[in-house]
Structures are given as C-alpha cells and as structure tokens.
Design a binder for this molecule. Sequence first.
Ligand code: NAD
Length: 333
Amino acid sequence: MAQTDASTLPSSVGFIGLGLMGKPMVENLAKKLPQGSRIHVHDVVTSVVDELCAAHPDTIIRGTSARDVTEKADVIFTMLPEGRHVKTVFLDPDTGILPGLLSSPSSAGKVVIDSSTIDTATSLHVKDQLAASSPQTSFYDAPVSGGVLGAVKGTIAFFLGASHRDTNVPRLVPLLQLMGGKVIPCGGPSLGLAAKLSNNYLSGIITIATSEAMDMGMRAGIDADVLASVFAAGTAQNAICDTFCPVPRVCPDAPSSKGYKGGFRVQLMRKDFGLALDMARRVGSRNILGAPGFGVYSAASDAPDCKDLDSRVVFRYIGGNENWKKRDSEQVD
Ligand code: NAD
C-alpha cells in the first residue's frame, strides 16, 4: 500500500456530478483541502451548484461545463449515475472533459478519476479515448462503497483501478482520503470497478439468502433475533445479518428497522447486479445465482411496496413477516 503524503494535495480540484454522493464528497473536500485551494464544480442541476457555491464562496467555483472544469483543475472527479452519462461528460466534443484536456494550457500531469459505478467496458473505452488524444493525462476508475452516509461522514472506501506500484498512487491516496477511509489499489485499469461489482454481486446474493433463511426459520417457529444469533455463531455468519439484517427489529439501526428507509436503494442494487452479470459474461465466469438474483432485484425494484427502499427490502418482497413478535412476549400477552 502506498505511503500517504499530504504535501502532494493539488491546489485545484474539479468535480462533476453533485448528486447524493458527489455533493457530500465535495463538501468534505471543501472542509479539508488546505486554505487557498479551489474546487471547480459542475452539474446539469444548477440548484445544487448554487447551494455549494453559497456555502463555500471562497473555495467552490461554478464551472459552466465539464470542459470548463477540466481546463481549470489539476485533478478532476466524476460521480455520475450510469455509463451513458460518463460517456457524455467525458467525450462530448463541445462540452466534455476530453476537449477540455485538449484546450487546457497544460494537460500534462492532469488526473481524471471516475468514481461512478458503471460497466467496465465503458470505463475502458473512455480510458482508451483519453489515452489516444491526450496521452499525458492519467485516467482511473475509482468506484466507492459506503453509501450516502459514508459520503457525508467521509468514510467511504475507494476501489482504485491502479497498481499499487503506479507512481500517481502516493499523491492520489491523501486526496481520496479527504473524502473517505480505505483506498485499495485493485491492480490496474477497470479493476476498481471489477472489485466493486464483485462485492455488490456477493452482498446482493447474501441479502437474498439471508432473507430466505430468516423467513424459513421464522415460519418454522424460531424468533428472528434467535435465528440471527444462531447465524452469527455458526458458519452462516455474515455482515448483512449482523449489521443490516433484512428482518425489522433485529438490528435497531438497520434500514429494515426504519421502514427500509435510507440505506442502499433496491434500484441501485438492480443496476449494480446487472452490471456484474454483464462483466461475468464478458470474462466468462459461471454465475449460477446470477439470473435468479437479478430477477429478485428487478421485481422488487418495480414492486410498489419495495421500490425506492433499501435493498434489504427483499425480505418484504418474498413475503417475510415484518411484524414478528418474540415467543416470550406472546406468552406474557
Ligand atoms: P445521483 O443521481 O444522486 O447523482 C448523479 C448526479 O450527476 C446528479 O446530480 C445529476 O444531475 C448529475 N449528472 C447527470 N448527468 C450529468 C451531466 N451530463 N453533466 C453533469 N452532471 C450530470 O447519483 P448518486 O447516488 O450520487 O450516485 C452516483 C454514482 O455513485 C452512481 O454510479 C451510483 O451507482 C454510485 N454509488 C451510489 C451510492 C449510493 O448509495 N447512492 C453508493 C455507492 C455508489
């Protein structure tokens, strides 16, 4: 792992895409970059740009386009919904990052980091286009994990599509750590995304398996909290059950205990699961649970009582009993 070195922080950062994740990431940069630093921001939604500029008038500067931001910043981040948005923001011939690199007084040494969760093929395409026209620019995929709360708290993990031997890594780690905690170099281009999609595929599958096993045990007559203790003590132990249990009132702080509000939206899980399966096809892996898993997240994303809620709402989708009562308390009643 590379050594961190705060003296390598850039004086000028760009940020494009100021949504649920991007806005708090920029706020952390504004709070933590050394005084005198500048953050050039752009989003098609102008109200969020207004809000950030008003909150940090000395640090945050409105960019008129991705191109404008690129011309003015040394390190540029993008945090966009999907691959098609990333393609537009990078490659639009008039307003994009690529023409911004070409018209910059100096594109040498500029670094562009895409933190969006997108398909690996689009990420590699964008990297190739930049390498062909602006070979002195470095491009990295660096998707994140930890959700909106992690972005607000500055604890998200970055999965960096770079080798730990990459000479840019020592100067990127301190910058990324202003917005997050762990930075894991995953080996090379697009491998940050490959890591993120593998992680979310696994977490999505564990959620379904946990929901089914809890539902089955509860229907057999075991209290949900007892079942969770059993799983935690045995070979089924997993973080979803321990911290984000899909059954309400097992983990008091989990989204399931708050009406499945907050957390990781089920539609985002459908998107990431689908991207993971695209990658599985591309690399030739045999994901036996892929098709049924995708079916669950697709159907839950469209179900009126599940959509827009935390992805652990799968327990509700499969008909689990959310209003379970402890056997002991039933006896007292
Ligand atoms: P979001 O939809 O809230 O924000 C995306 C922002 O990009 C919006 O403000 C939108 O206006 C802007 N945008 C879209 N097209 C643009 C363009 N052409 N030019 C400039 N701005 C443009 O999404 P989000 O929740 O912030 O997620 C961003 C990425 O991070 C996604 O790929 C998502 O999968 C990933 N992610 C999200 C979470 C989460 O919990 N929300 C967690 C981890 C990773």
